[in-house]
Design a protein around this ligand. Structure first.
Ligand SMILES: [Fe+2]
Length: 187
């Protein structure tokens, strides 16, 4: 298989994601359940810990391309998230948040997400088994995996298995709003 470094054109090269304080190991566990390999970049920047590189293709651990990074959320975002969480005690806010989360779990196609490509539907089913095993027991309501299979009435693409994982362990945005990760196969 060609390595990503051999591709010379422009591409979407990385995504910056975060985990909560104390959840570095959990983020690693989830990324590995997704079938990714992790390497430590050794880069700390302004963070408290090093950035981890997550490689969707374990056979090609290019540190700059086809990768997403994970590091601990910064204090500025944590302060904002804490403030929003306190506000969410308000019943109108809570209702809106519940509605958003329900949409993310059930109607993911218009909800912000990033997507990982898998070689087959079987590979997506294997991820589902890992996610729905020990991780689901550990994370419970923080983890929702919806698999669209051929023949499902609301599937976007009729002949593909497509998964949407909604969770708040690894986010490239708000922990409060959570992060959808798509698991996509291609014909
Ligand atoms: Fe998508």
């Amino acid at each position: 298989m060609k390595q990503i470094a051999q591709y010379q054109g422009k591409l979407l090269n990385h995504l910056e994601a975060l985990y909560r304080p104390g959840e570095r190991d959990l983020a690693i566990e989830l990324a590995e359940a997704l079938g990714c390999a992790i390497s430590d970049t050794g880069f700390k920047g302004d963070g408290v810990d090093t950035f981890l590189a997550v490689h969707p293709n374990p056979d090609d651990r290019n540190g700059q391309n086809n990768v997403f990074y994970m590091s601990q959320v910064r204090p500025e975002q944590l302060a904002l998230e804490d403030r929003l969480r306190r506000l969410s005690a308000d019943s109108d806010f809570a209702a809106d948040l519940d509605a958003y989360r329900e949409a993310a779990r059930t109607k993911p196609f218009g909800v912000p997400h990033f997507s990982l490509r898998y070689p087959s539907g079987q590979a997506v089913e294997e991820v589902a088994e890992r996610i729905n095993g020990g991780l689901k027991q550990k994370l419970q309501e923080r983890l929702h995996l919806r698999i669209f299979r051929p023949g499902d009435g609301d599937a976007a693409v009729g002949n593909l298995i497509q998964g949407f994982l909604y969770q708040d362990v690894i986010v490239s945005g708000s922990f409060l709003m959570g992060q959808l990760i798509e698991l996509q196969t291609q014909p």
